[in-house]
Design a protein. Structure first.
Ligand SMILES: *Cc1c(COP(=O)(O)O)cnc(C)c1O
Length: 406
């Protein structure tokens, strides 16, 4: 069986058979349980990446396994020529969690949720869009047009227009960019791919006020920050606002692909019959998985747990001499480093059995499953601190010692 095939051999076969879009994979994983994964050579890792903020209940959670197995054994896929109960109840449930009157379009991913929202904005009769620097909204052409990173965009121009980028967190720049020609402003409440970068208190509230003044839609991309990750069902509620559009994906299915474009109030009727579609979106298996995720988050009080565990991770790392700042909310955690060594830190931490992510040269991102225990958080902190120690120049401690008396 595969026991004879080593991880190195799998990686060679990978590069022979899969497009080289992601660079070399870090490991070949064969199994997961709770907050742990195992590689093809039998090594165990504590997983603080969770499939990029996806596996909110960790790996192989019994509630998700049961829901998916039962639904697949009952009715797996029907297309959107037919309705299913899990799809209808999930839409109602998401609107209830948001506390709004609205309507939902289901997709299979974050980028597709944003494509649906992008098309919805076109139906306002306006074509201009405003996005933020540092943003990430996905890799399909429409979502890419709203993503700021030049390296992602440049090879694929021309992208759909007409998008203006404003500095994230700068209220006056946003105010200056929005007028009656702007269909929508799209913002992440906390920028996930950038490394849990926050815009500052009051920014989303100001964005709501500015968009309202000009009849512009406020579209909040909660693909990464939504579904409990920040300790609230949706990160934008911390600012007390009601957006016109909310997009979700990553954590929603607990590992089963599902996304959602939720439109509030009048925006809910912008997309009309024939305007948009999907074959797989909102299929009953994915909807059942999402129900299992939401049930478990509720039953086990995992939102409050995410807040506490996130604070534990930040507090455990904040005082390390190499750490410049900690950011984010709940279990969307950013760790700013004083030196651009995040990729090396990621690799060394992995070699010691913990999965984390270098979101930028000087920024780590921790997006663990919401079931991460306090002990597991402490274990991860100890390993990360050990590795950070290696990057603190030997002179630092000597200097502070010699300078201390002065
Ligand atoms: C990951 C992400 C996306 C894209 O989601 P995919 O499922 O990878 O297409 C969009 N927006 C945000 C904020 C994300 O973090």
């Amino acid at each position: 069986m595969s026991a004879a095939t080593t991880q190195q051999e799998w990686l060679e076969r990978y590069s022979g058979a899969l497009m080289n879009t992601f660079g070399p994979p870090q490991r070949v994983l064969v199994r997961g349980e709770g907050a742990y994964v195992w590689d093809a050579d039998g090594n165990r890792y504590l997983d603080l990446l969770a499939g990029i903020a996806v596996n909110v209940l960790g790996h192989a959670h019994p509630a998700v396994v049961k829901a998916v197995s039962e639904q697949l054994g009952t009715l797996g896929h029907v297309s959107n020529f037919f309705a299913t109960e899990p799809q209808v109840t999930l839409a109602e449930r998401l609107l209830g969690l948001l506390g709004v009157d609205g309507k939902v379009f289901f997709t299979n991913s974050g980028t597709e949720a944003n494509e649906a929202a992008f098309k919805l904005t076109r139906r306002t009769g306006r074509t201009r869009l405003v996005s933020a620097t540092g943003s990430f909204h996905g890799r399909t052409m429409g979502a890419l047009a709203l993503t700021s990173k030049e390296a992602y965009r440049a090879p694929f121009e021309p992208l759909p227009g007409d998008v203006t980028f404003v500095p994230y967190g700068d209220v006056e720049a946003l105010r200056a960019a929005v007028d009656e020609t702007v269909a929508a402003v799209v913002l992440e409440p906390i920028q996930g791919e950038a490394g849990a970068v926050e815009p500052g208190a009051g920014y989303l509230a100001a964005a709501r006020e500015i968009t309202q003044q000009h009849g512009t839609l406020l579209w909040v991309d909660e693909v990464q920050s939504g579904v409990g990750r920040t300790g609230a069902w949706f990160a934008h509620t911390a600012e007390g606002i009601v957006p016109d559009v909310v997009t979700l994906a990553k954590g929603l299915g607990g590992g089963i692909p599902i996304g959602a474009c939720i439109a509030v109030g009048d925006a809910a009727d912008l997309l009309q019959p024939g305007n948009h579609g999907t074959t797989f979106g909102g299929n009953p298996v994915a909807a059942a998985a999402a129900h299992a995720v939401l049930d478990t988050l509720e039953d086990e009080d995992l939102l409050a747990h995410a807040t506490a565990t996130g604070e534990r991770l930040r507090a455990g790392l904040a005082d390390h001499p190499l750490v410049a700042d900690t950011s984010g909310a709940g279990l969307l955690v950013g760790i700013g480093l004083r030196k651009p060594v995040a990729p090396q830190v990621q690799a060394a931490v992995l070699a010691r059995g913990v999965v984390i992510n270098a979101a930028a040269p000087d920024r780590l991102r921790l997006v663990p499953p919401l079931i991460l225990t306090a002990d597991q958080a402490d274990e991860a902190v100890a390993v990360i601190r050990d590795v950070l120690d290696l990057h603190v120049p030997a002179t630092t401690s000597t200097t502070s010692e010699t300078e201390a008396p002065a």
